[in-house]
Design a protein around this ligand. Sequence first.
Ligand code: ADP
Ligand code: DGP
Length: 226
Amino acid sequence: MQVVKRGLFIVFEGLDRSGKSTQSKMLASYLENELQVPVKSICFPNRESVSGKTLNQYLQNRDMKYPDEAIHLIFAANRWEMRDQILSDLKSGITLICDRYAFSGVAYSAAKGLDFEWCKNPDRGLVKPDLTFFIDANAETIKSRSDYGSERYERVEFQKKVSESYGKFKQEAEADEHWVTVQADGKSIEEMHSEILDKFIKYRESQSEGCDDLDKLAGALFVEQK
Ligand code: ADP
Ligand code: DGP
């Protein structure tokens, strides 16, 4: 009987226009075409679901008034809606490449002044990613990129605060093999891709004896390991 090896759950995080979608697509395409790994690309917020339609309206309309705490919970609900699908895909051997996840939830709401630890609460117990690539780009550098400024959060001053919140994850994750910071400034798209690929392949090889049991990751996001 052939045993299906589970897929890996790979997340990309970073500021708006830092290059997440570009790098997620490049990694997905490499895995699929060069390594013949079954891959699915997903992103948060998922703007198609019931909660996602509200989030889309909120992001596109800066004048829409809504309490920061309430929108925070809706972003988290948007991720919970996908939890079972994520687990089922990973179990069936599909590697997921995910553009944003719960770290965005905390970083963006904390940037508005909400308490960092409080912000983690609604996402506690989601599936923990195998690897999170944090694209560390300078908020000033990326403001000239295409389409910048079209949505609610795309303002340099706010993005600088988001960057500070992500900085806390960077500190918490020091020496954590599940978090990889990729410096973006001064690097071309191709240079970043090869750095990410290199880190991905090393991680995959380090897990060749069998990656973390899915049960171990299933409810582990933001939950203290005993
Ligand atoms: P995000 O998904 O983080 O919002 P994108 O991947 O859509 O960002 O990239 C935003 C823009 O910046 C795109 O036009 C993309 O081609 C460009 N871009 C991405 N990475 C780089 C880079 N390293 N150097 C210069 N431009 C980049
Ligand atoms: P994107 O589709 O990646 O451009 O993301 C849309 C915007 O939503 C972007 O400015 C980041 C923000 N965002 C993503 N996830 C969350 C979240 O969970 N909470 C908050 N407050 N903002 C988020």
